[in-house]
Ligand binder design. Structure first.
Ligand code: PEP
Length: 262
């Protein structure tokens, strides 16, 4: 059975003082919720603080991007080993804000994805369509193309140590989440497309939903059969908002375990 997972994406938010309040509250809030996984993806300057406050807890930490090359004359870039130096286990790859505002493409995202895995970091690969693309019925085409940039290029096994995230752009940061049914439909599409190449990989890969998830809607989303948790932006910035989402994952996982066949 796939473990539920909740990932916080702080984006360009935080300060030494506010991070401490948030992380202390998060650690206290998820203590003992051991049937699910919790991760925070923080801005680079705060990786050291995250490491200090989260080591030996059940919350992991990671970066929001990385460079696909190792060292060199690349001002402003951060190499994979620099993330592992600070204990990062996860990294976001291909977030819609990186694609739309920093000109990242399917090709550069695929290269970063592979670089993360080669460094022993689990990539969380983001995919999603714009409102216009959805209105034009292009959702499957866009998400399929983004997924294919990994699985057609590297083979489905590349997802063995990876997490996928469906994040429709019309739901990210808008306060208007996809309905559980809308999200489930795309998650099932993603899983089916992987299954055409490798059934076992499709059955085991975790697919998170991201886009205006809150404590009020998380449980309904996480109960859908192909939604394995959430990638959370705004609601990950305060422990009082984020912990209820983690609790929803834990509660859903507890129910799934109770009903699972022995
Ligand atoms: C995100 O940016 O990954 C995200 C899901 O943001 P929000 O939760 O604020 O919609």
């Amino acid at each position: 059975m796939r473990r539920k997972m909740v990932v916080g994406n702080w984006k360009m938010n935080g300060s030494i003082a506010t991070n401490k309040v948030l992380l202390d509250g998060l650690v206290a809030g998820v203590h003992g919720y051991d049937n699910s996984d919790y991760v925070v993806c923080v801005p680079y300057p705060y990786l050291c603080q995250a490491q200090q406050l989260l080591q030996d807890t059940n919350v992991a930490w990671g970066g929001q991007n990385l460079c696909s090359t190792k060292n060199g004359a690349l001002t402003g870039a951060v190499a994979p080993h620099m993330l592992t130096d600070y204990g990062c286990t996860h990294v976001l790859i291909g977030h819609s804000e990186r694609r739309s505002q920093f000109h990242e493409t399917d090709d550069t995202a695929a290269a970063r994805f592979l670089a993360a895995q080669q460094a022993g970091i689990t990539p969380i690969f983001c995919m999603g369509e714009t409102a216009e693309e959805r209105e034009s019925d292009w959702t499957d085409y866009i998400v399929g193309r983004q997924l294919d940039s990994l699985i057609r290029r590297f083979g489905a096994n590349v997802l063995d140590n990876a997490v996928l995230a469906y994040e429709p752009l019309w739901a990210v940061g808008t306060g208007k989440p996809a309905t559980p049914e809308q999200a489930q439909e795309v998650h099932a599409f993603i899983r089916d497309r992987i299954a055409k190449l490798d059934y076992e990989v499709a059955a085991s890969v975790r697919i998170l939903y991201g886009g205006s998830v809150t404590g009020a809607n998380a449980e309904q989303l996480f109960e859908m059969p192909d939604i394995d948790g959430g990638l959370i932006g705004r609601a990950s910035l305060k422990a009082e908002d984020f912990v209820p989402i983690c609790r929803a994952a834990h509660a859903t996982a507890t129910r799934c375990l109770a009903t699972a066949k022995p």
